[in-house]
Design a protein around this ligand. Structure first.
Ligand SMILES: *Cc1c(COP(=O)(O)O)cnc(C)c1O
Length: 399
């Protein structure tokens, strides 16, 4: 019945490619298909288009284009920053990150531990916030790098990156931030932030998957992660993904042009969604502090219900959302982010992330608010060991 409709509320997972971005990248796949490093005229257009894109992405983060290294994704950018710090400081055997990072960091640091390094995963409080004193205390003489995200992909909670970077600078330790979720949603100025490295990923920003960047501050020690040809000033080998780089540039330009309007619009939509759920669905609780937070993200727990069941029923109504949990061989692991925030298991297992994007409208939010309450109460009724559900059932049968 309603399957025609698609209400996509999972923009922190990926975004639909903007039509202007598709248009900008197409010539790289048709007319300008040459290798940008070649010595003949066919190389000129792609080489020039890459440099234009470099200027566009640099403008989005307030950087000099010469300090942008294009990579294959946000994951590579994060790995490259940490790996480089370790290679540049062979005697330093310790890294610091947080307990709520993207798996690109968590898994990489766990891998380092297996290779004999030590990793500190800084804790967070109930709101998902970080204590600056914990960072102060964790830094050691042999700390090679601190890598802490700016905006959490699951809760939208923001970390005080400028302060974190200042602490690292005062200790002479390199600082990297994963700004993948901040890009296009918050104004970014790498000079003001004072970071040594910063990662972005294009597909969270209305460009295609498979392209990212690493900002490398001038004079920060850096060794390439992917070794090969002399592309990217010898900081990242591999023939450039010209079409995706051009797309990234266009998406950055679009985002920069609308950043304040979009921020205001997203925040209003998000608050309508969040308040709509919290006020109408009993037992629903927001995970994470209200502010400072990304304007587009909310994470809400429905106590005693499995998130996967809610997602399945939402999907039948054409609504896409996300649970932070990962399914490993049939058993559902609650989100490591919510666990680190000490969210009770019964709520974290029933937690959903809604993340809005450029294409969303009030009608999308209202469609969710129309469908979700019935889905939740249906699942409460179906859940035999759920006290809230049982109570509601008794009330209902009592008339
Ligand atoms: C999506 C995401 C990444 C990974 O980016 P990819 O380009 O998909 O590898 C890293 N960090 C955060 C916070 C993300 O949301």
């Amino acid at each position: 019945m309603s399957n025609e409709r698609l209400v996509y509320l999972d923009n922190n997972a990926t975004t639909r490619v903007a039509p202007e971005v598709v248009e900008a990248m197409l010539p790289c796949l048709t007319e300008h298909w040459g290798n940008p490093s070649s010595a003949y005229g066919l190389a000129n257009a792609p080489a020039r288009m890459i440099e234009t894109a470099r200027e566009q992405v640099a403008a989005l983060i307030g950087a000099d284009p010469r300090h942008i290294v294009f990579t294959s994704c946000g994951t590579e950018s994060n790995n490259a920053a940490i790996q480089s710090a370790i290679l540049c400081h062979p005697t330093k055997r310790h890294v610091i990150t947080s307990a709520v990072e993207h798996s690109a960091n968590i898994k990489f640091c766990q891998q380092l531990e297996k290779r004999g390094y030590e990793a500190t995963f800084l804790p967070v409080d109930l709101d998902g916030g970080i204590d600056l004193c914990d960072l102060q205390a964790a830094i050691r003489p042999d700390t090679a790098i601190v890598s802490i995200m700016w905006a959490n992909n699951e809760t939208g909670v923001l970390f005080p990156v400028e302060e974190l970077a200042a602490i690292c600078r005062s200790h002479g330790v390199l600082f990297h931030t994963d700004a993948v979720q901040a890009a296009g949603k918050l104004a970014i100025d790498v000079q003001k932030l004072g970071v040594d490295f910063l990662s972005l990923s294009a597909h969270k920003l209305r460009a295609p998957k498979g392209i990212g960047l690493l900002y490398v501050k001038p004079n920060a020690p850096f060794q390439p992660y992917i070794i090969g040809g002399g592309q990217e000033r010898s900081q990242r080998g591999g023939t450039e993904n010209v079409a995706n780089i051009v797309a990234f540039g266009k998406a950055a330009e679009l985002a920069l042009g609308h950043i304040n309007d979009e921020n205001t619009r997203m925040r209003a939509l998000r608050d309508r969604l969040e308040q709509g759920i919290l006020q109408t669905i009993r037992g629903s609780v927001r995970n994470g502090g209200g502010e400072p937070r990304l304007p587009n993200t909310t994470n809400i727990g429905f106590d005693g219900i499995e998130a996967e069941a809610i997602l399945l029923l939402l999907d039948r109504e054409g609504i896409c959302a996300s649970s932070g949990s990962a399914c490993t061989t049939g058993s559902i692991e609650p989100s490591h982010v919510l666990q680190a925030m000490s969210v009770p298991l019964s709520r974290s297992k029933g937690s959903l992330r809604f993340s809005l994007g450029h294409d969303n409208t009030e009608a999308d939010v209202d469609w969710l608010l129309e469908k979700l309450p019935a889905i939740i109460s249906r699942l409460h009724d179906a859940s035999p060991d759920d006290p809230l559900g049982q109570a509601e059932e008794r009330l209902a049968s009592a008339g």
